[in-house]
Design a protein around this ligand. Structure first.
Ligand code: FES
Ligand code: FES
Length: 162
């Protein structure tokens, strides 16, 4: 076993873990952050996307021991980063019906937040490219793109909704 210290959603976590434990299993089974789902376990679907040291990563493609000393933000901590109940990206997904079954949604939102950090005003094509690592089998992506556009407008303070 290996001792690791990781900040998860602003809280310091210290655990002894097996060297082969994936970060997503650590988050869900050890820390209890079950808001981060597992879709494929093979780094294809993006459902397990979290922010690690400020960059979105697929948490099934990283070992928990590699996160030692790092800072992880999951969908469960996202709302806590702003003053309102929901983060503007979460609010926009709700408002624009950017989800159906919701399985892809936590990862999609984390990836979309990362996109807006790099490009606060993306075009539709840039949004589609920015979330291409995150698969959705329900929505056809149209409302997801609208949600990201809405969040971009609300986060830039223009209030324009699409
Ligand atoms: Fe990680 Fe699918 S569960 S990419
Ligand atoms: Fe069902 Fe995206 S809403 S997979």
């Amino acid at each position: 076993m290996v001792s690791i210290n990781v900040t998860v959603d602003g809280r310091s976590e210290s655990h002894d873990v097996e060297p082969r434990l994936l970060l997503v299993h650590y988050l869900r089974d050890v820390v209890g952050k079950v808001g981060t789902p597992i879709g494929c376990d093979t780094s294809n679907c993006g459902a397990c996307t979290v922010s690690f040291n400020g960059q979105s990563i697929k948490s099934c493609s990283m070992l928990a021991v590699q996160a030692d000393g790092g800072d992880v933000l999951t969908i469960e901590g996202l709302a806590g980063t702003v003053e309102t109940d929901l983060h503007p990206m979460q609010e926009a997904f709700r408002e624009c019906h950017g989800l159906q079954c919701g399985y892809c949604t936590p990862g999609m939102i984390m990836a979309a937040c990362d996109l807006l950090k790099e490009n606060p005003n993306p075009s539709e094509a840039e949004i589609r490219e920015g979330i291409e690592g995150n698969l959705c089998r329900c929505t056809g992506y149209h409302n997801i793109v609208r949600a990201v556009q809405t969040a971009a407008a609300s986060m830039s303070g223009t209030g324009v909704s699409s």
